[in-house]
Design a protein. Structure first.
Length: 246
């Protein structure tokens, strides 16, 4: 097996990293099924690519909000960006989870099976009240075409994951955003913009529902902080030379 894996990596028409990963994962599953430890075959570790997330500017988020044609989609964008929610968390929001008086949203059983509270913007609350009244909502904030529940039983009436993804991509396209935008891009933008607006890293960690601070600290590589302002030498070059010319 070691020879086969070595051959897969070294042959001229090398398969994609994804193919190689699935090959190793399949072997791990086989070992687990047989009650054998991973060390039995000394399987190679999988290298994880380090990629920084795509972040929108505030102007691009505003353009998406303006370009969304349906009120439902405007509220969806506002919730994903304004509260930093994951796709599943946004789809699972119920009316009972929102406290307009205290301006809070309770995220129920987010990633890691943890509850957390996130702030609701006054601007979003105004839109939510209009949207709830217009749609005559009773339970979930975002309804979709009822589909059979994977676990069986009742139908799932929530807005589908594919529907959410489509709405976000359509809004980005209509807004003329050239970046590769997905649902999670709004969460990345939420975190980065809050850091740039002065929020401390520990508070941000709790708002995002991260278990480890290291995950949250990745946004420090993206945020343009006043205390660590990054600039191009061209800026100082032009400033200095223009003064000398005068």
């Amino acid at each position: 097996m070691q020879d086969y894996l070595f051959f897969q990596q070294k042959k001229s028409n090398t398969p994609s990293q994804t193919y190689f990963k699935h090959c190793v994962y399949g072997l791990r599953f086989l070992l687990k099924s047989e009650g054998l430890p991973y060390e039995y075959l000394r399987l190679p570790s999988i290298k994880h690519e380090k990629k920084l997330p795509v972040v929108l500017s505030k102007e691009e988020v505003w353009a998406m909000l303006q370009s969304a044609k349906l009120l439902k989609h405007k509220i969806l964008i506002g919730l994903l960006y304004g509260c930093g929610l994951r796709c599943m968390e946004a789809r699972s929001v119920r009316l009972r989870d929102m406290d307009f008086d205290r301006k809070q949203l309770k995220v129920v059983q987010g990633k890691g099976s943890k509850d957390r509270y996130v702030p609701l913007s006054e601007h979003l609350i105004r839109g939510l009240k209009v949207y709830i009244e217009c749609e005559k909502l009773q339970d979930y904030l975002f309804n979709g075409q009822p589909l059979p529940n994977r676990a069986g039983g009742d139908f799932d009436s929530r807005y589908s994951q594919r529907g959410v993804q489509w709405a976000i991509k359509q809004a980005a396209k209509a807004a003329g955003v050239k970046k590769e935008v997905c649902v999670h891009t709004l969460r990345h933008s939420f975190a980065t913009h809050l850091l740039e607006d002065g929020m401390d890293i520990m508070t941000l960690k709790d708002l995002l529902g991260h278990q480890n601070i290291e995950t949250t600290m990745e946004y420090l590589h993206i945020a343009q902080l006043e205390t660590q302002r990054i600039f191009s030498p061209l800026d100082t070059l032009f400033a200095k030379c223009s003064r000398n010319l005068k």
